[in-house]
Design a protein around this ligand. Sequence first.
Ligand SMILES: [Zn+2]
Ligand SMILES: [Zn+2]
Length: 263
Amino acid sequence: MLSKLTTLFMIFFLGVIHIGALAAFIYFFDVKLLLMTILLWQFFALIGISVCFHREITHRSFKSIYPIKIFHLTCALIAGQAGPIMWAQVHRIHHKHSDKENDPHSPIKGFWRSHFGWIFEQGKRKQLKDFQSVPKDLAEDKTLRFFQAVHFPFFFLLFALLFFIGGWKWLLWFGCVRVTLTLNSSWMINSLGHVWGYQNYEGRDFSTNNKFVALLTGGEGFHNNHHRKPNSSNMAHMKGEFDLGFQYIRLLRKLGLITDVIE
Ligand SMILES: [Zn+2]
Ligand SMILES: [Zn+2]
């Protein structure tokens, strides 16, 4: 019953965000707001999702000093994609069962299911053994537990703040359009990143490298490289591949703000 309600709520919630994004283009179109939205999308998705949730929390590719960890996690909550523990757990299971039966979002069961349909399968997922307990390193991290607990109220407060400062224009552009772009660019890695592109490493799964997806996601589109070396902070393995997320990580390392960088 609870999982059905969660699914209905997620359909409603994601529906409102996407309809809000459409409304921004139809009723409040403004080139300046569009450009600012693109910048905000790229900034928070790069630092919050690619660098923090994916490389720092899920794969432990590096360690941040505490204020940087807080900064990264705050960027992730602003980006607007679930809490860190849930995100990392789903993604670790994706790596464990890539393109096999228990992969939470493989395109082997349909492209659109891998893009977003899997989000509504909460009930089915909970029955899988992998989801019955949270990995110890995530469960024992008090900071992650705090950010997991507050991610939803934080999101609503952020949207309320946008409305309070800039009215509908800010709410729809910096809220709905920005989050729609963040969600769909990340979802592209689950969908397009397993069907469209080239492989430097063949055979293990259907993951691909795609320069277009990499451009939209700060380097995450080199997903075939990433599947080969999931703990590496660098997703660009060959000449001509550019990973913006890794350049940010290199900069932080140079400044002495992060340590234990795995390459
Ligand atoms: Zn993958
Ligand atoms: Zn990964």
